[in-house]
Write a protein that binds this ligand. Sequence first.
Ligand code: ZN
Ligand code: ZN
Length: 343
Amino acid sequence: MAKKPKITIDEHGQERNRRGEWWSGRPVFLEPVLDDPLNFPKIFKWLTGFPGFFFPWFAIYMVLIGVCYVWFTPELSRMETFQLGWMGEIFLRNLVLIWVWTGIIHLWFCGFKMQGRLKKYNANWQAKNNATFLFSDQVWDNIFWAQVGTLIWTGYECFLWWGYANGWMPYLDPAEHPILFCLLMMAIPFWRNFHFYWIHRLIHWKPLYDWVHFLHHKNVNVGPWSGLAMHPVEHLIYFSCMLIHVIVPSHPLHMMFNGFQTALGPAVSHSGFDEIVFGDELALRNDRYMHYLHHRYHNVNFGESNVPLDKWFGSLHDGTPESDEHFRKLHTERAKAMRGRQE
Ligand SMILES: [Zn+2]
Ligand SMILES: [Zn+2]
C-alpha cells in the first residue's frame, strides 16, 4: 500500500498531517493571568474582550442560572426534606439543559456540519459501527453517559439545596456583600479548574484509570457529547467541586453557576473545533486545543487554560512541534528506563 503523504490539503485548504490532524499554528491558549510577568492591560483586554473571560460563555451561564433560579427551581420550603417531587423537577430541568445545550453544539458541528471540517482538529467524524462504544456508536454512547452525569450533577445540586433549605449551609448575602458576591462568582472558574487538575491526575493513576477514566479516553476524536461521557465514579469525583459551598459561604447562585459550568462547559471544551465559524466574516475563537491534546496523548495537559499547574509540573504540551519533540523524547527515555529496570 502506498504510504500516506506527509501533508494533505483538505477541502477547506487546510493542511492536515498523516493522521489527518489540523493545527491552527498557534500555541495552546493560556489565559493572561498565567503570564509571567503579569501584563495588566492584556488582562483587562481579556476580561472585557470577546471572546474573553466574561463573553460569551460566562455571560451565557449567568443568564441560564438567572432564568433557572427564578423560574425553574422549586421553592426553598419544599426542599427541607428529600422528596422525589422537587428533586425530579430539578433533574428534569437539568436534563433539558443538557439536551438543548449539548444538542445545539452537537448539531451545529457534527449533526448539520454547519462549517464542515473547517477548523476541526481531527479529520474524522465520530465513530460508527465500532464495538469500543456502547451501541457501537460513539455519539449514542456519549449521550448515554452524559445522562448518567446529569443524574449525578442533580444529586449534588439537590443535596446542597437541601442544605440551604435547612439553614446549615454557610450563606453569603449579596445585599450585604455585593462585591464579595461578584468576586466569588469570578473565582469559581478558577476553583473548578484547580479541582479538575487534581482529580484528573488522580484518575490517571493506573488502577483508577483502568477502572474509571478509560471510559472518557475512549474518545480520542472528541465531540460535544464526549465531554460528559464518563464512568459514574468519575462523575462523582468530577462534580465534587460543588461541595466547596459546604465550606465557603456562598449564595445558591454560586452553587448553581459552579454546577452549570461543570455540566455544560465540557460540551464546548470537547467540541473538537478551534473556532465556531458563522459564514465568511464572523468566527468565534474556541481555543480548546489544550484538552484536545490531552485526549490525543493522555499524559499531557491535565488541567485547563487558567491554572498554572501543567506549567509548574512539566506536563504542558503547548501544541508546537518543539513541545511535541520534547514529549516524544521524554516518552522514549522513560520507556528505556522502564526496560532497563525490568532487565
Ligand atoms: Zn476530556
Ligand atoms: Zn484524562
